[in-house]
Write a protein of this length. Structure first.
Lengths: 349, 150, 324
């Protein structure tokens, strides 16, 4: 049964969403205030599946910007510690893209390897992902450089728009279960394989034309630390950096977090929140900070994504080429500029 | 923290934070006390060297941690122990209150009142009146941190 | 731009300045980045066009610590920020050579994207000395056009005027691009019921990701260490943990620059979530004008800021909020 293709016409999607949302939490790209972000679907939400890139990546659904770990309080003179419960409800993230799904593979490496992050693992277990192929990729997309195929997203169920129809193909057990629970809305389509292939060919033809698609990653990856670290190029590249955390917070693969305490009325809430290597208190320790200048912090971000991470993860880059940082950097700095700057001469003096 | 509401109180009681300047209003509160003029126990006084010591952050922090109203008391304009401190307070608070109103926090949860060391009666009257106002506005839900509720 | 570049080359070669602060050509025609240029050769990458919207005056704080003079390209609205920084002793006028560059409104690539144009490869018609009112946009999906005025940054629709408030020389023509009222958005909100206003700000601020870009880009936010970066502060400066925190951050951010904000609009330009942050600043500006008389921060480098000044007859805070 797996491998079958199921279709639904675009105008029936609203009904499918409300059926999905009835039994589980449903995350969708929703337009609000001029920006599209993944958020929990509610009746009447302005769903925008046609928008290729949400402002913030959908990693929030699995690794939220903040989450409480446990709460301590004094009750009748005794200290009480309540660990936060793990995620127990099933949820669906509908409308991720190939790059977003690949981003989760990077997060998996970090959070699912020993010691396993139980909060993340629980959400990964209960979350079902439906990814849509990018019908209209944007100029800042460069997933192809990282070997990601925007036409064949990795997910529990992959989907393609073809004219007025959305075609869904379950790719895992979870995806299959999702599709069968929606049999009222989805109809099995024979011969849709060819339609999908046609769409895929179109998408691949476009991605090839994108300006950053042919970005070469030669000279990056494991073992490059020595050559890149002291390059004089960093001095030139980092200058306009504002030290804001925009690039790290919109990124689907950035995984650093900080753990903080909040004093509530009669206790303490310990929570974790995303951290950014661009901030001055990043990895601050009792003995001080090991990166004291913005140049070092800026270098850390790119070296981590392109050198240190591959070094520890069999060559896997922790960038998926979604291009969100390219679109949102206030100073128009980005990873493409860094890769290209080093590409010319390897960064040697 | 002392100023936080205690969990035992089932019935809602307003919590009012009063920032009082050391030289006039705090002495005014003292006079109210020694003259046996009563004012509600819901008012928690924080003594500051001058009303202009009150940073806008103090006010927001008070609301964050559960205050329902914040009042700033200082010397009458012209009587500041540091000559001009309260003139700055007046401008700053005018702007801050206007901003709070702008973002939709109910008007009336914040106030500035000039109370001299000789005005024990005014101190007590002001606090009674302000507490009544906050009671009529009810609990502050728009400008508090939910985590401080329990 | 050629004239400007030639002049910058001259300044560098005759030793008047040690470096130039301007914009470097990016990967595309719409992503130039602020940059220092140390030699005439480096200037080959210099660019100045409609996408050079960044306000460079804040970078002059850093330049003041470098040896020698720095030539900086300032647009008319940037000169207000620079004046304000002189007033606060954050920059060194003696070590600055200000070139007032012409401006006919700066462009926002997001505005072009929002008009439905996808896959943008290049945009032409963006020259500052040009006169055309149409932008030609090449995209992966074919060629498109859009109006220059429609692609302008929101702040340019309420332009601060074409006059440079401080400069050593001016190169290029400027134009006043005002076609809207600066305070109309604030007034619209003021006319709403408190509940509606509250809902409006809750909705807008709920998108805040606490990236701090608005703070870091602001030429008036020049504290060495921000109060929100303090580790003695139990609120998260980098996460939207509770809806209260965004409110606190944005009110305090705007309050700290009240009376010093020149309304340069950088905060709203850089916000990755499109939050109308300028509304907070404009509300303060409007209030200052109403309560304490018209005041324009950065108009000159001497006048006292309204919050470090007072008048014996100032309105009482209570009258001010209940007066409306």
């Amino acid at each position: 049964m797996m491998g079958g293709i199921y279709g639904i016409s675009k105008d029936r999607l609203e009904g499918l969403f409300s059926a999905l949302a009835a039994e589980r939490e449903l995350y969708l790209p929703v337009l609000s205030g001029g920006k599209v972000n993944f958020s929990v679907w509610e009746e009447g939400a302005d769903v925008r599946l046609d928008v290729t890139k949400t402002a913030k990546s959908p990693k929030d659904a699995f690794f939220p910007q903040f989450e409480t770990l446990y709460t301590c309080r004094t009750e009748e003179g005794k200290l009480k510690i309540d660990p936060e419960e793990l995620c127990r409800r099933e949820f669906v993230v509908f409308g991720m893209r190939a790059c977003d799904a690949a981003g989760l593979r990077v997060l998996d490496r970090v959070f699912l390897s020993e010691p396993v992050d139980t909060f993340y693992a629980a959400r990964r277990e209960l979350g079902t992902i439906v990814s849509i192929a990018c019908g209209e990729p944007e100029e800042s997309c460069f997933c192809r450089a990282f070997g990601i195929d925007a036409a064949a997203p990795d997910a529990d169920a992959a989907a393609w728009f073809s004219g007025e129809r959305l075609l869904m193909k379950p790719q895992t057990e979870k995806g299959m279960r999702l599709v069968s629970s929606l049999s009222e809305y989805l109809t099995e389509e024979d011969g849709a394989e060819a339609v999908i292939e046609e769409e895929q060919a179109k998408i691949r033809a476009i991605t090839e034309k994108l300006p950053y698609s042919s970005l070469s990653l030669e000279g990056w990856g494991s073992g490059e630390t020595k050559r890149k670290f002291d390059s004089p190029l960093w001095e030139k590249l980092y200058r306009p950096c504002l030290a804001c955390g925009t690039c790290t917070f919109v990124c689907p693969t950035c995984q650093c977090y900080d753990i903080k305490d909040y004093k509530t009325k009669n206790g303490v809430q310990r929570y974790r929140c995303w951290d950014s290597c661009m901030y001055s208190d990043f990895t601050l320790m009792a003995g001080g900070n090991n990166r004291t200048t913005q140049l070092q912090r800026f270098r850390q971000r790119f070296m981590h994504k392109l050198v240190y991470f591959p070094e520890n993860n069999e060559g896997m880059f922790s960038c998926v080429g979604c291009g969100r940082c390219v679109d949102s950097c206030p100073s128009s700095l980005n990873i493409v500029k860094v890769i290209k700057a080093f590409g010319k001469d390897g960064g040697d003096e | 923290m002392q100023i936080e509401k205690t969990a035992q109180n089932k019935e809602w009681k307003p919590m009012i934070v009063a920032f009082c300047c050391n030289w006039c209003s705090y002495a005014g509160a003292d006079l109210a006390g020694s003259s046996r003029l009563s004012y509600p126990a819901d008012v928690k006084i924080i003594r500051v060297p001058c009303s202009c010591r009150v940073n806008p952050m103090f006010i927001l922090r008070a609301f964050e941690r559960g205050a329902d109203g914040v009042i700033i008391c200082g010397c009458h304009p012209g009587d500041c122990h540091y000559t001009t401190g309260n003139y700055y307070t007046r401008r700053r608070m005018a702007l801050l209150f206007s901003m709070l109103d702008f973002i939709g926090v109910e008007n009336g949860r914040t106030r500035v009142e000039w109370v001299s060391a000789a005005e024990g009666a005014k101190f007590s009257a002001t606090m009674n009146e302000f507490t009544a106002k906050i009671r009529s506005l009810g609990q502050n839900v728009r400008l508090g941190d939910l985590r401080c509720r329990n | 731009m050629q004239e400007l570049k030639k002049r910058l080359c001259e300044l560098l070669s005759d030793g008047t300045v040690a470096r130039v602060l301007g914009w470097r050509r990016g990967e595309t025609s719409f992503d130039p980045e602020p940059a220092f240029f140390g030699s005439a050769e480096e200037l080959s990458d210099f660019v100045y066009d409609g996408f050079c919207g960044a306000n460079l005056s804040k970078m002059m704080i850093e330049a003041a610590r470098l040896e020698g003079k720095t030539a900086v390209c300032l647009k008319p609205c940037d000169t207000y920020s620079y004046n304000q920084l002189i007033k606060e002793h954050r920059v060194d006028r003696e070590k600055t050579y200000i070139i007032g560059v012409g401006c006919r409104g700066k462009l926002d690539i997001d505005k072009i994207r929002a008009s439905g144009i996808k896959g943008i490869l290049s945009v032409s018609g963006t020259e500052c000395d040009g006169d055309g009112d149409t932008l030609f946009v090449k995209t992966v999906y074919g060629d498109r056009t859009c109006k220059y005025a429609d692609a302008m940054l929101s702040r340019c629709h309420v332009c601060r005027g074409k006059e440079h408030k401080i400069y050593d020389e001016i190169i290029g023509e400027s134009r006043d691009t005002t076609d809207g009222d600066r305070f109309s958005e604030v007034e619209k909100l003021e006319a709403m019921a408190p509940r509606e206003r509250f809902e409006f700000f809750r909705r807008e601020l709920s998108r805040c990701i606490r990236c701090n870009a608005c703070r870091n880009v602001c030429p008036a936010c020049s504290c060495r260490k921000c109060v929100f970066d303090s580790n003695n502060f139990d609120s998260a400066q980098k996460a939207n943990v509770d809806p209260f925190e965004e409110k606190m951050f944005h009110i305090i951010r705007a309050f700290h620059v009240a009376g010093r904000c020149t309304d340069c609009g950088e905060c709203s330009r850089v916000c990755p979530e499109n939050i109308p942050l300028h509304l907070f600043n404009r509300k303060f500006i409007k209030d200052i004008n109403t309560f304490y008389g018209e005041y324009t921060a950065g108009e000159d480098a001497e006048e006292m800021c309204p919050l470090t000044d007072f008048d014996f007859g100032d309105a009482e805070p209570g009258d001010v909020t209940s007066g409306r």
